[in-house]
Design a protein around this ligand. Sequence first.
Ligand SMILES: Cc1cc2nc3c(=O)[nH]c(=O)nc-3n(C[C@H](O)[C@H](O)[C@H](O)COP(=O)(O)O)c2cc1C
Length: 413
Amino acid sequence: MTRPNSHSDIAEMGGTPHRRFYTGGDIAKVQSIFDLRARTHRLMPDFVLEYLEGGSGEEGTLLREREAFAEWRFMPHTLVDESHRDVSVDILGRPAAMPLVVAPTGLNGVFMRGADTALAQGAARAGVPFTQSTMSNDPMEQVGAVNGLRHWWQLYVFGGEEIWQELVDRAHRNGCEALVLTTNSQIFGQREWDSRGRTASGFPTLSSTFNAALHPRWVASTMDRGMPEFANVVDFIPRDKRSFFQSADWIREQMPRSMSWDTVQKIRLRWKDRPFFIKGILNLDDVRRAKDSGVDGIILGSHGGRQTDWAVSALDILQQAREIVGPDYPLFMSGGVRRGTDILKARALGADVVMTGRATLYGLCAYGADGVAKAIELLRTEMMNELGQIGVRTLHDLDTSVLARTGDLPLRG
Ligand SMILES: Cc1cc2nc3c(=O)[nH]c(=O)nc-3n(C[C@H](O)[C@H](O)[C@H](O)COP(=O)(O)O)c2cc1C
């Protein structure tokens, strides 16, 4: 088994010869998401990395996210005219550079000041939509003003109904293209790594603070004016709980455990006729139910292994989910995407679009907005190359006929 939080790619053969990663300042030298990750590990303090990388419990789900991709192999065609390859797609009826949407991630202000805006700039530059989290730190309006951005809003339901109503209305007014309701976080995952670095009142421990002080570049780019606030929800938070970590904990405590499909219906009505997705589905009955409830699309996923421990990954249920929803219903997935090949596998197994959390965050941590665009561009270049390798011209021509599952190998005649 490969440790999910080692630097190694899952395909690495025992570290011989030893793989090196580029961690320097010249973005042109970056070869893969794993270089961006290595630089992130160099620049960020431990408590930030624990928040970014950690999964819940024993990290069984986090491990599965990468293993699930590794279980699929390509059976490439040869002698196919590959002069014109194309990985562009339509997302919600509008052209995108590739089938990717940047996933919502909260607390981005811990990586650098202006992080949500930088993620949005990177996504816009690379030609894909960006989803802003309810737990983001930059104001929705500031992010919405990014040139050329396709701005999506991710909703967490917490506190009384008036809070989500106001957020939904604001996202509507602000021109957000789609609303993404995350439904798997009403009970916060047990993230032991993340919790260990903090005191009972939620602040970083003395050793975390000491370690952070040893990262001057992070201190300069993140802490110049202290920790940021949660710009979009701060007014709902009691005054004495508005510090960074206390706000996050307070919001998590306010998430109603009783949220149900009725809430989904109410949000559907309030959002009117713009695209509405549910995110965080991993059970096939819920896939059926979500489609029947009138949402416009489903995002399968485990929250990057941060919620239920020992869950299946989205990739594991993709084919069956596609059968349930039919060929034309928007079906997205998130979890473990680090390579262009991952995106090709997800597409072949039935996903329209993948969402990236950590891959684009590594870009952000390593080089800001440029790094986000670089991460997306790397994934796109890898897709283009591998599409040629497997003898398929466009994503519309890609299906499971070029895939074999390792458990079924060798194939029998
Ligand atoms: C640091 C971090 C913060 C996250 N915050 C949110 C969030 O605020 N809302 C949400 O719906 N999902 C959140 N997620 C889950 C991501 O949207 C996405 O599903 C997940 O990161 C996909 O897995 P990947 O990181 O392997 O790409 C977060 C993930 C990470 C890594």
